[in-house]
Every structure is written in C-alpha cells, then in structure tokens.
Design a protein around this ligand. Structure first.
Ligand code: A3D
Length: 320
C-alpha cells in the first residue's frame, strides 16, 4: 500500500521539527519545501541519515519547486517571517499575506486534495486568507493554535496539581492571541472540573487565574527566553496530532481554528473552537453553551480576529 505523503511548506524551525516527528511516527513520506535554497534539501538529508539509528522508513526529500508537493495528502504551512524588532503587526500581516498568496497558488496547482494545516502567524487571519485564496472546502483548511494553547494550559495545570498530563484535559476557545479564552469550567483533571478542585482545596482561584494568564502569554514567554525565534517543538507536535487524526481517521476532538458558519454566533471567520478531525477533515464543530463571562471574552477575541481579517482586506482588496 502506498505511503501517505506529507508536504511541509516552510522548512524553518517548525518545518524541520515537523519532518522529524512525522518520520519517527511513520506518518508517511515527507517533502520539505522552502524558498531558501539548500535549507529543505540539507534538512531532508540530515533527517534521512538519522533513520539508520532511529529505524524509520519514511522517505524525506527537500525542494524549492512546488511540483515536489504534488499529490500530498496533508500540507502543513509554516512559511513566512516572524515579527522582528521595529516591525508592526500590520507589517508582518502584509508580508505573510503575500506569502499565503504564493503558498495558496502552489497548493491549488499541485495538492488541491490535501488536508491543509496552517501555522503561520497571525494565525486566524492567515488561515482565513489561505482558504480564501485556494477556495478549497473549509473542512479541508484548518489552523493550528488551540492544540498548542491547550497543551500549554495542560502542562501548567499538571505541574500545579502534580498529576500526569494525560489526565488533564483543557478547553481553549477563541483566536490565537493574548485574548484567547481558556475555560476553567470545561477543563478537568480526570473528569473533575477545575472549579471543583478549587472547592476541594487542590488549588486556589488566584493560582488558576495566574495559570490562565501564563497560558495566554505562553508564546511570548518562550520568545523572551529564546531571543532568536519562537517556540517550535510543541507547535510541531500539535500540528502532527491534527495531521495524524486526519490520516488515521482517529476522530480526535482537538481545539483548532476552523471556519465558523453560524456556530458560536460567528459567520465566515476562522476562530479557535473544539472540532472533530477525521478522514473528512474538520467533520464537526463542537458547540457548547458559554456563560456570560466566557461569552464576553470570546466576543473580544473574535473582534480581534475580525480586525486582522479587515486589515487583510485593506492591504489586498482581492480578499474582500
Ligand atoms: P522560521 O524558522 O523562520 O521558518 C519559516 C520558513 O519559511 C523559513 O525557512 C523561510 O525561508 C520560509 N519562507 C518564507 N517565505 C516563504 C515562502 N514564500 N514560501 C515558502 N517558504 C517561505 O519560522 P518558524 O518555523 O519558527 O515559524 C513559522 C511560523 O509559525 C511563523 O509565522 C510563526 O510566527 C508561526 N508560529 C505559530 C504558532 C501558533 O501557535 C499559531 C506557534 C509558533 C510559531
């Protein structure tokens, strides 16, 4: 049986880590694509040579030509530039919007049947632009952020409670940014909601509030420490969980930026919500009742996403 093909558009920090994890998990053959000459080829060669010790059979190749992604089952997009000192959010937006245009053309020409996972920031606007540019069905174009935000939340909670991370389940809604909405009511330890654990004396509300704040600023904390780039191990692991759920039809319930068409009262925007990912891509948006506070935070987060999308339409009226 033919192996699945995973195309990684962008062979930087996250792209290289994605290739490594995909190969270790034998998810399929991997193609690294980048505009930087030599980088995807060099990483592909290095990773291929690691198979002698690590025992995987995935073939890994690198290319500067979109033809190499032909027929990919999954495309994961990390192409773009990160924000540098002195660069405004709008500067970043206009550069990466152009990148999404060329990436969208490449995907449409060579891998229009793929499940496309976007990671490039600003995430909710870039995945919106990629879907708009390609015109691919919305269930096949999704953004990775919620899995990562939940992973950060779960890590901090597992440390606070001193329990295994797999017994901590976290629920995060909204756009990928400082006003994302980590929900305490829907986050649990072995099924017990966090507010009940406060009542039981396991922690305090103040400690949970601090963990929520740290989760919201989780990306910035790592940028501050690394100084030369942003997080890449956990972002790559998060996107692989999404790709794996699609390729193996696992039907996992994962937080992701999905196009909303009426769910949560939002229309046409990509916003982080829990979704079911299976062989048909995003198969279902999980919609739950929000209380007044959660609703207020969610609406604020959606408004931030709307501002970014409006900025994309101003920068390039073709997106309007
Ligand atoms: P980096 O290591 O800079 O890799 C980006 C790669 O994109 C580089 O190798 C570039 O050469 C390449 N590139 C630039 N323009 C193009 C183009 N037009 N076509 C193809 N390749 C191109 O960055 P990274 O891997 O650390 O991060 C990648 C992106 O992910 C950035 O936009 C980050 O902000 C974003 N990111 C998002 C999250 C989320 O949770 C959403 C987390 C971490 C990083």
């Amino acid at each position: 049986m033919a192996r699945s093909k995973i195309a990684l558009v962008g062979a930087g920090q996250i792209g290289g880590t994605l290739a490594h994890i995909a190969a270790l998990k034998e998810l399929g053959d991997v193609v690294l694509f980048d505009i930087a000459e030599g980088i995807p080829q060099g990483k592909a060669l290095d990773l291929s040579q690691s198979s002698a010790q690590q025992g995987f059979h995935s073939k890994i190749s690198g290319a500067n030509d979109y033809g190499a992604i032909a027929g990919a089952d999954v495309v994961i997009v990390t192409a773009g530039v990160p924000r540098k000192p002195g660069m405004s959010r709008d500067d970043l937006l206009s550069i990466n919007l152009k990148v999404m245009e060329s990436v969208g053309e490449g995907i449409l020409a060579h891998a229009p049947g793929a499940f496309v996972i976007c990671i490039t920031n600003p995430l909710d606007a870039m995945v919106w632009a990629l879907q708009k540019k390609t015109g691919l069905p919305a269930n096949m174009v999704v953004g990775m952020a919620g899995v990562l935000d939940s992973a950060r939340f779960r890590h901090f909670l597992s440390e606070e409670f001193n329990v295994a991370i797999e017994d901590v389940s976290a629920f995060v809604l909204g756009g990928h940014g400082d006003d994302m909405v980590p929900s305490l009511r829907y986050s649990t330890v072995a099924g017990v909601p966090l507010p009940d654990l406060v009542k039981a004396g396991w922690t305090t509300q103040a400690k949970l509030d601090a963990i929520v704040e740290r989760t919201r600023k989780g990306g910035g904390e790592i940028v501050g420490l690394l100084k030369t780039g942003s997080a890449f191990y956990a972002p790559a692991a998060s996107a692989i969980a999404m790709a794996e759920s699609y390729l193996r039809d696992e039907r996992r319930v994962l937080a992701a930026a999905a196009q909303l068409n009426g769910e949560y009262g939002v229309n046409g925007l990509y916003v982080g919500v829990p979704v079911v990912i299976g062989a048909n891509g995003v198969e279902r948006v999980v919609e739950v009742a929000l209380d007044a506070d959660e609703k207020k935070m969610f609406e604020k987060s959606v408004a931030s996403v709307q501002t970014l999308v409006d900025a994309c339409k101003t920068i390039n009226p073709a997106f309007a």
